[in-house]
Design a protein around this ligand. Structure first.
Ligand SMILES: Nc1nc2c(ncn2[C@@H]2O[C@H](COP(=O)(O)OP(=O)(O)OP(=O)(O)O)[C@@H](O)[C@H]2O)c(=O)[nH]1
Ligand SMILES: [Mg+2]
Length: 699
């Protein structure tokens, strides 16, 4: 085994690189690894050989799909770096790295400024109270403008960002960066394929650098009251005081550091690594949220001094290594070849070898301390979100909260014999990506898979198709319509078969009344004087329930109805539960026909995020989808629209919204209520259901 040092908690820094798609995260990650001495050469995303994008699906599409982890040793610290996908389809893997990191860096393209996905990620980090900053990428672009990017950050996030590095030149004149904190410059070396070179701050940048440093000193003073006094007294801070102040200010979200660079030319990277190593929060400042046995929330500080506990943050399946479980150690330490307890599964688990990784390359270690992230393979029980501990404890870490799926498709194997294998693979995919769901809908008899978008779902299906050689078909899932009544009605029905042998007899007088929306069902026995003996009442209710489940208009389940049996008749020999069931079923159906029945459709709550310029188009598209807008709010150029719309109109909304907004819009959706439909809409639903058999009276 290569003897790789295990770092103690105070020397670990977990940093997530996140941001809008194509802003240069994987390139930054790759070149940071090169500058940090991890890899001998930085590869391009286009070559398909980067450390960050290493799965076949990433190499094929040249975008990141999964979170990647690597580590860099710098100034005696171990920086665990996460590269994350930018497309909102893969947001699950971004958010899991946020939970595992104590610091996040959002990439902002120097030409485009802050883009919509970055705003959403910022909000997520804000909710998690994570210290965060920015890296302004692609400063070599013709239209790169650092000051404009800073201004954009200020406006969109309403914060005062502080520059830790400043670009020297831009576009074709870009030469390097000034490290404002450490008062030096780094220049692009040769054609940019080598590590950047340190040097003095150029004369014509001295003034700008001094002004930026003044701002940084002020920001550092903000970190601590004593420092602030000191600063007011002396008008400055020593380098050491500045470090202390910045560490505190960053951990308490009083500053939002900004970096600039050109990763492709290995520029702006060393000052970033120095900052992450020296100022970036270490895990001792973090608390994970857990539940105790009574379900009470607890904050659990990351603490190497306690007994071992960890959280499974991610599961991946690799062709060679099998199942890989990523663990973040929360307390104590985990040793290789130890027995631990899977609290979530209530089972002991044997941990064999323990790894850390550089992308897909695993490196064996003896132990992992609290705060570190490592990998174990081939465990019998570990799955994402499991709590693991040294012994049986009653503490369970909170599951990662992820957005609800917004896009669903129904899928089945072309060959019936492949259905089971398809199901197994889909379940495995739900384990790898927690935003992906798999459900068999017994009502519509469809296997419905859901996720964050068409791209995510296609990638999952393509992978199964390629690896398992299963041909499949997909279609738009059916909507779960309902039937209900709009007025009170009643009917009586006598079920009678009394020719020869043991007969059947039961008479039911039924009344049905509409219930408020969402109350589903009530059954009342209002018979008196023994007209229907007690033992037959369950049969009556069964008959009502069967009729409701089968529907009368278009074979959709009936909801929001009170069924009351008011009277009936029995025969001392021929009556049975079955006779009453059949009588009740037919009475219900007759009553329903006279109760002005109507179809109900699911109405969804919708929140749409789009750049303001698309607002008009999105609104008119929504009204064409029978949507009702209930609110609109705009912050920093991003509009948030709240609306309600029928589910049937939203089945392809993620595709429609993408095309209206050139791929930038996104939305969340959840079921709200059922609402009646009539006229043409109802006719279409009925027509599509033609051929669906409604039960015969005697079945
Ligand atoms: N000019 C220039 N191009 C860059 C720079 N960094 C990245 N790029 C290019 O930008 C494109 C996207 O880069 P990636 O690193 O894949 O971006 P990403 O943010 O990881 O993309 P997703 O993972 O899909 O969100 C690639 O063509 C890169 O070569 C840079 O510093 N300068
Ligand atoms: Mg990427």
């Amino acid at each position: 085994m290569v003897d790789i040092m295990s770092y103690t908690t105070d020397l670990i820094k977990n940093v997530s690189i996140a941001g809008h798609g194509q802003t240069g995260k994987t390139t930054l990650f790759e070149h940071l690894l090169f500058a940090g001495g991890v890899i001998p050469k930085a590869e391009t995303v286009e070559s398909g050989k980067t450390t960050g994008d290493s799965t076949p699906e990433e190499i094929e599409r040249k975008i990141s799909i999964h979170a990647a982890l690597a580590h860099i040793e710098r100034n005696g610290k171990k920086i665990n770096l996460f590269d994350t996908p930018g497309s909102s389809d893969f947001t699950g893997d971004v958010i899991l790295t946020f939970r595992a990191s104590e610091f996040a860096i959002l990439t902002v393209d120097a030409r485009s400024g802050v883009q919509i996905e970055t705003i959403k990620l910022w909000r997520n980090l804000e909710r998690r109270n994570k210290p965060r900053g920015f890296f302004v990428t692609k400063m070599d672009d013709e239209r790169a403008d650092f000051d404009k990017a800073l201004q954009d950050i200020k406006e969109k996030f309403r914060v005062e960002p502080v520059a830790i590095t400043l670009p020297i030149g831009a576009g074709p004149n870009y030469r390097g960066v000034i490290d404002v904190l450490n008062e030096k410059a780094y220049f692009v070396e040769g054609d940019g394929s080598a590590v950047e070179k340190e040097g003095p701050i150029p004369d014509d940048y001295k003034e700008k650098a001094a002004a930026a440093r003044e701002k940084l000193i002020e920001a550092a003073a903000e970190g601590d009251d004593a420092l602030m006094e000191h600063y007011i007294d002396k008008g400055s801070l020593t380098a050491e005081e500045m470090h202390t102040g910045l560490i505190e200010a960053l951990a308490e979200h009083k500053i939002f550091p900004v970096f600039a660079g050109v990763a492709l030319k290995n520029s702006g990277l060393l000052p970033f690594l120095d900052f992450a190593a020296d100022i970036g929060p270490n895990p001792l400042t973090a608390k994970d949220v857990a539940f105790d046995a009574e379900g009470k929330e607890l904050a659990v500080p990351i603490d190497p001094g306690k007994a071992f506990s960890a959280l499974v943050i991610k599961t991946a399946f690799d062709q060679f290594s099998g199942k890989l479980s990523w663990l973040k150690v929360i307390t104590g330490k985990l040793a290789a070849d130890s027995e631990v307890y899977n609290v979530s599964e209530n089972k002991k688990e044997k941990v064999g070898k323990l790894y850390i990784c550089q992308g897909k390359k695993l490196e064996e270690v003896h132990e992992l301390f609290a705060g570190d992230v490592g990998i174990v393979t081939k465990t019998a029980t570990f799955k994402t979100n499991d709590t693991v501990s040294a012994g049986d404890t009653s503490i369970n870490f909170l599951h990662l909260r992820l957005p609800e799926p917004v896009h669903s498709v129904a899928v089945n194997a072309v060959a019936k014999k492949d259905d089971d294998k398809l199901g197994e693979n889909l379940i495995r995919a739900t384990e790898e990506d927690k935003t992906f769901r798999y459900l068999f809908n017994a009502e519509t008899k469809e296997t419905v898979i859901s996720g964050m978008g068409e791209l995510q779902i296609n990638i999952i299906l393509d992978k199964i198709k390629a690896n398992q050689k299963i041909e499949m078909e997909t279609h738009i899932p059916s909507v779960a319509y309902r039937e209900t009544i709009t007025k009170k009605s009643g009917a009586e029905y006598t079920h009678k078969k009394q020719t020869g042998g043991h007969g059947q007899y039961g008479k039911v007088v039924l009344e049905i009344v509409p219930l408020p929306r969402g109350e589903k069902y009530q059954f009342v026995n209002a018979t008196f004087g023994g007209s229907v003996p007690k033992q037959y009442i369950p049969g009556v209710e069964k008959g009502v329930l069967e009729a409701m489940a089968a529907g009368t208009m278009a074979a959709y389940p009936v909801v929001d109805v009170e069924a009351k049996i008011t009277d009936g008749k029995f025969h001392p020999v021929d009556s049975s539960e079955l006779s009453f069931k059949l009588a009740a079923r037919n009475a219900f159906r007759e009553a329903m026909r006279n109760a002005n029945p109507t179809l109900l459709e699911p109405i969804m709550n919708l929140t749409v995020f789009v750049e303001e310029k698309y607002l008009g188009d999105v609104m008119s598209d929504l009204s064409g989808k029978r949507g009702k807008i209930s609110g609109e709010d705009s912050v920093g150029g991003i509009a948030e629209i709240k609306a309600q719309a029928p589910q049937s109109e939203l089945l392809r909304y993620s595709i429609d919204l993408r095309s209206i907004t050139s791929g930038t819009g996104s939305f969340s959706v959840e079921f709200d209520h059922y609402a009646p439909i009539s006229g043409k809409t109802a006719e279409e639903v009925m027509k599509a259901r033609e051929g669906h058999r409604i039960l015969d009276s005697d079945e």
